[in-house]
Ligand binder design. Sequence first.
Ligand code: GCU
Length: 356
Amino acid sequence: MTSTPSPTTRRRARPRRRDLLRGIPALGLGAAALAGCSQAGATTDVENVLSVSLNQAEDHPSFLALTYFGEQLAERTEGRWGARIYANEALGAQQEVMQLVSDGSVDLAVISSTQVENLSMAFRPLNLPGAFEDIEHQTAVLNDESLVGELFSSLEAERRLRVLGGFTQGSRHVYTDRGPIEGPEDLAGLKIRVQESDVFMELTRALGGSPTPMAYGEVYTALQAGVLNGAENNEVSYVTQRHYEIAPHFTLTNHLVGLDYVMANVDRIEDMDAQDQDAFAQAFTATQEEFVRLWSQETEASTEQMIDQGVEIHEPDPEAFTPLIEDVGRAFLQSPEDEALYEAVRAVAETRGGEG
Ligand code: GCU
């Protein structure tokens, strides 16, 4: 297939979701229908194809890393298994897709921690402002089986969902159609899109804006229509979604280090024989490493692109926003288990601080 169009030249046409669902093996057409096709993000010449849902564009690191996952899987299983990545919410927005993975209609998906938290509050401590210092701290937590092992398998029995691991969302910032945004008073009355999450609603209020929950794929059009004045996200999403075209003021609020989970339907994985399950696990470990590399490369490239596109990058006084969000996270810890996980995560940061 041809190369991915550059973000500056395309607004993606979305295939109709129903049409796509009809083509997914788990829903009936059979793997052979997909194996051998040379579409971007699809492994070719494999016997079984795992469907993977993503809400990002084809130039986002998650798409590139998952494409690599398909290749690794095909290589390590000698062509018995591969993957096809459905980008741009083609299979639905994350909330809906999580249900499709749970019922086995879709095999794997990248789901933001906010949506997973809507399913199980036990995940909330990993989705709070102040939980993670930076990407390295987040990675150290995700690699600590004693901290996350039980949590990641906690949805298996009832929901058939397994968390394979995490992809960072990096630091999130606010961007708007006007600026400069130097403090909360500049956000007063501005409608800022947030993920469907109580934490993000509260966080945005704390920053001074008016939160408007909405699915990711709707944000470009809503900004364009003036339904929103801005949103909050990382540099990579801002650029790959082309939000800079309508909201060219990017303010480094640094309000949270976000996290995506890669989730899989347990039964689909258990369909593989033991050898292929090992290969699957190894392919995923290699993919996480590849993602980390791609993430830092693409964050840098996105920042350059923002500058090239004339985005106004504002760096507010840290005292303007940081103290306002400091207490938001802890206020959401509602059980002794939440407290314990949050404190354990913070302790990892402190150990690192001691080492550095
Ligand atoms: C990031 C994240 C997505 C999430 C999106 C959002 O881009 O990687 O998983 O859906 O933020 O703000 O909705």
